[in-house]
Write a protein that binds this ligand. Structure first.
Ligand SMILES: C[S@@+](CC[C@H](N)C(=O)[O-])C[C@H]1O[C@@H](n2cnc3c(N)ncnc32)[C@H](O)[C@@H]1O
Length: 243
């Protein structure tokens, strides 16, 4: 997969691309990440990429002609263009899974007041990473890249992410490691008895319970199998009894 990031602040990406799993994925050629300086596509002598908003108001708006020149230069027939914007659809694991299957994505990072609205004619997705406003699209682009890269083949083992929160549609069950007892709190017995079927059931139960207690909205979209239906009924009964 190839990811091209169009930004005014390439330097923000250096530590991100040179650390841990992302660095290894790049070194092992499982993904190629290219940083594209939007300023290269300015056509004025001061390298401006933005201008004041029509109609007045504060801040600067990134020019559509500059963005279009960049896209004309870097886009291929396989590219999907993502605009980072607080007005976009809220990013989630489903979108990450979908994007991880693309051959090439281009991520546009805004700054200042964002982009001239006419940029929308040249994008495939408008993505927000949450209901808050960042100073620029760089952190959003890193979020999108990170979540996609870890899903690419051979970047991490499939079993490392297949039970992750949201990947299954549920929140992940609780995890424990050594020490066995800490501050008088013991690891649940089921996890140390070596019975894989019991561990599977315990984890499924805990995963459903956490999702039920914290994110009922996820359960509304999740299709339960027979076993999960039974477990959920049990969780509902237990929760009612506690009230
Ligand atoms: C200060 S913001 C512009 C906000 C814009 N004036 C608005 O209210 O919708 C500058 C840039 O940061 C990025 N950005 C800010 N918040 C974001 C979010 N929640 N998700 C994705 N990108 C975001 C976008 O690239 C945006 O163009």
């Amino acid at each position: 997969m190839k990811i091209k990031i169009v930004t005014l602040f390439k330097e923000m990406f250096i530590p991100f691309l040179e650390t841990s799993i992302i660095k290894r994925a790049i070194n092992n050629k499982l993904v190629e990440v290219e940083l594209v300086d939007l300023r290269t596509y300015s056509n004025d002598k001061h390298n401006h990429v933005d201008d004041t908003p029509y109609g007045g108001g504060s801040g600067m708006v990134i020019r559509v002609d500059v963005v279009k020149r960049a896209l004309d230069d870097i886009k291929s027939s396989a590219s999907k263009v993502i605009l980072t914007t607080p007005r976009g659809i809220t990013y989630n694991q489903q979108i990450a899974n979908k994007l991880s299957k693309e051959e090439e994505i281009i991520i546009l990072c805004g700054h200042y007041e964002g982009f001239d609205e006419r940029v929308l004619d040249y994008v495939d997705y408008e993505i927000s990473i949450g209901d808050y406003v960042l100073t620029g699209g760089e952190i959003a682009a890193m979020t999108i890249c990170d979540s996609i890269i870890r899903l690419l083949k051979d970047v991490i083992k499939e079993e490392s992410y297949k039970d992750d929160s949201f990947q299954t549609g549920l929140l992940e069950y609780p995890q424990y490691t050594r020490p066995y007892i800490y501050d008088d709190k013991k690891v649940p017995d089921v996890l140390v008895n070596g019975n894989h079927e019991e561990i599977r059931k315990y984890r499924l139960y805990e995963s459903l319970k956490l999702t039920y207690l914290r994110r009922k909205d996820l359960l509304d979209k999740y299709s339960l199998n027979k076993e999960e239906e039974e477990l959920l009924k049990k969780i509902e009964r237990e929760t009612l009894q506690k009230k």
